[in-house]
Design a protein around this ligand. Structure first.
Ligand code: FMN
Length: 349
């Protein structure tokens, strides 16, 4: 293996940077731009069988916010700590057309050691099973199966936010029973125990788990006194990285170092890819930052990971979980009586 290669189950990625699904890869042009940036893999914009999910794409809107929750211009120079709040929809293209493009580009990507991954979002289970069979039959080499969108409670029957472990196992097993290609299950972060959902996914036959989906939010605006963009929104930002790293680390502790866990939600740069890997991610997806800042984010991330590993004489596989494995329980930390006083604000002591 080269220094930047990583393994996700049966799959070797040439580097751990994955362009995650979103509107930036809704078109063939977007998929090609992601591949040209040198990523290990790109996940195509998701499909499902419902017309309502397609219609939702015509109701999308997006807002970038600074640290004071004021809107930033949409000019592709968002600072790394910007929050993205939006509502999204699914691929409007006919399923057969989506299959053809994804399969053709995946075959092309194979020549450069890359992958174009098919993505299905669960609505009806029988329909998802049928689409998964068609993904395999079309020759697409990997399927990501998203059962953890943020919007399940807002768009019931259109997309799902699965939070029950037994149900996660059942719905991934239904798909894994009918296809042989690797199935990567994408799970929600809106759970009291993301690691348990990750285990449930692997129990059902998923080859990898992508964790974790963004959160639902609602942001009141002071001038209009109305909710930003009129509704509840999928919300993400670099601020999510510590929570993602926590669940990556917990999942590693509970599932073991060989469980193929992919980090996502909060990575904005190559440095963040490395942070998530140190927390236990075998590869890392970047989505929002590509949508808000362009495909150079991916090329820069690939370069940053390579430079970091070379400079330290490290390998991608070697750093996975290195920080997570050093986490100690609070009770193992030294007692320092009165230490807290150094941090107290004036007037507190
Ligand atoms: C505008 C937008 C559209 C998205 N569309 C999809 C989608 O179609 N399918 C999917 O699985 N995830 C979708 N996502 C979720 C992202 O792939 C990713 O999991 C999430 O945004 C967290 O990662 P990030 O912090 O890098 O954005 C979308 C996210 C955004 C912001």
């Amino acid at each position: 293996m080269t220094a930047t290669e990583t393994r996700i189950g049966r799959t070797t990625l040439k580097n751990p940077v994955i362009c995650g699904s979103g509107e930036h890869v809704l078109t063939e042009a977007g998929l090609r731009s992601a591949l040209a940036a040198g990523v290990g893999a790109v996940v195509a914009k998701s499909v499902n069988e419902t017309q309502a999910a397609k219609d939702q794409l015509d109701r999308t809107d997006y807002a970038l916010l600074d640290g004071d929750w004021n809107r930033l211009p949409w000019d592709f120079t968002a600072p790394r700590n910007a929050t993205l709040a939006c509502r999204s929809g699914l691929q409007t293209m006919d399923f057969d057309a989506w299959l053809e493009i994804t399969a053709r580009l995946d075959a092309e990507a194979a020549k450069t050691g890359q992958y174009v991954i098919g993505s299905i979002i669960l609505a009806d289970l029988d329909a998802a099973v049928d689409m998964a069979k068609q993904v395999q039959a079309a020759g697409i080499r990997i399927l990501e199966y998203n059962v953890g969108t943020p919007y399940g409670d807002e768009a019931a029957g259109v997309v799902t936010t699965e939070r029950a472990t037994e149900r996660v196992t059942e719905i991934v097993r239904a798909v894994c029973d009918v296809v042989d290609i690797p199935v990567w299950l994408k799970i929600t972060g809106q759970s009291e125990n993301v690691a348990a959902l990750a285990k449930a996914a692997l129990d059902g036959g998923a080859e990898a788990v992508s964790l974790m989906g963004r959160f639902l939010g609602m942001i009141p605006e002071l001038d209009t006194q109305a909710p930003l963009l009129g509704t509840n929104l999928g919300t993400g930002g670099g601020w999510a990285l510590p929570v993602t790293c926590y669940w990556l680390s917990k999942s590693r502790a509970q599932l073991g170092p060989d469980a193929a866990v992919i980090g996502m939600n909060g990575a904005r740069s190559g440095e963040d890819v490395l942070r998530m890997m140190l927390a236990g991610a075998h590869a890392v997806q970047i989505s929002s930052a590509v949508w808000t800042n362009g495909f150079d984010v991916l090329a820069n991330a690939v370069e940053t990971v390579k430079t970091y590993l070379e400079a330290r004489g490290d390998t991608a596989t070697g750093i996975i979980g290195r920080a997570a494995d050093q986490v100690v329980p609070f009770s193992a930390l030294p007692q320092r009586p009165g230490f807290w006083e150094q941090f107290a604000p004036p007037g507190a002591v």
